[in-house]
Design a binder for this molecule. Sequence first.
Ligand SMILES: Cc1ncc(COP(=O)(O)O)c(C=O)c1O
Length: 393
Amino acid sequence: MPTYGRLDVAFTKGAGVWLFDDNGDKYLDALSGIAVCNLGHSHPNITSAICQQAGVLLHTSNIYQVPLQIELADKLAELSGMSQTFFCNSGAEANEAAIKIARKYGHNKGIDKPVIIVMDGSFHGRTMATLTATGNPKVHAGFEPLVPGFVRIPYNDIDALRMAISHWPEAVAVMFEPIQGEGGIRIPAADYLSEVRQLCTQHKILMMLDEVQTGVGRTGAFFAYQHADDVLPDVLMLAKGLGNGMPVGACLISGAAIGVLEPGNHGSTFGGNPLACRVAMTVLKTIESSDLLAHVSLVSAQIVSGFEDALSGLDNIEIRCKGYMIGIELPEDCTQLVEKALDRNLLLNVTDGNVIRLLPPLVMTAHEAEIMVKIVSELVIDFMKAQTIGSVA
Ligand SMILES: Cc1ncc(COP(=O)(O)O)c(C=O)c1O
């Protein structure tokens, strides 16, 4: 079905941060398949985990014990501080699980029509409940009636959350991204997460963090909430980078969310199968053992100063960055830059109309990052010049 506006290029192989098209031309991948291939393409650990596991066992069923699932859940608990995991196959599914947990948590407290607080500018997926939770009218259009039980507030506005909680006694959860990805790499105030945590604890509301895009090392910590003091969500949703390209999603719980779902309440045929778990486990161990998080933090600082230097002469540009999650906001719609970058053999994305989004593989070296910064800066400078000439003419 024509559900995607596709670019006119097809890749046939990849190695590290490089992709090769069917003519053999080489491209620098500064998008990682939208925050998925965090270890780059054809990482030897991932290739060998897939090959080995495929030769032993791909799938049984969740009606049996799945030891690799337990190992992965234990590893996730160790890295995140969360307690238990439900495995699924995508970000939208991880969020669906979270939404069901929130509703059941409400029903268990005697709330017949539980309300979940969500944010403007958010993105949570394309299923009916997750598109309803998404704060972008374009995602809703044509799919009404939306799912009831959601109220929306501005992002990064703790007073708005406080007011919503006092206005909606049926509020059972607040669901949001620690940094908005699709919404334009929006980074909230440094104390926002801690303040949300405090309000949630005070009012016995679940704090549900969508780390589908920010999770698994993207921001220079395993999980973005780990940059904040004393924050552990009640529900944590992961996908994308967890599988490095193998479809896997996860919904983790702690605290008040424990014990809400009982046998028979939720399920997935493929979720947590041995192949997906083996790959996700390999992703986590590879990140852990290779000092990748420190590398991301270090090179990220170089990327920011590279952009600041190169773009210092331009007005009305904002550079936002946490780890390898980089947004450059331009004063006008710049979607044309996606193709212009492709012409220069660089893969990037524009989100929210005027924000260049860079999500390079975490393995991108300082030298490769320099190439990325140089090409993107030249594209931005040319774009801004053309705008100025256009407006003067
Ligand atoms: C924050 C966030 N949540 C959820 C999703 C949906 O994930 P999926 O496409 O795997 O369903 C995305 C996808 O971009 C996302 O960025």
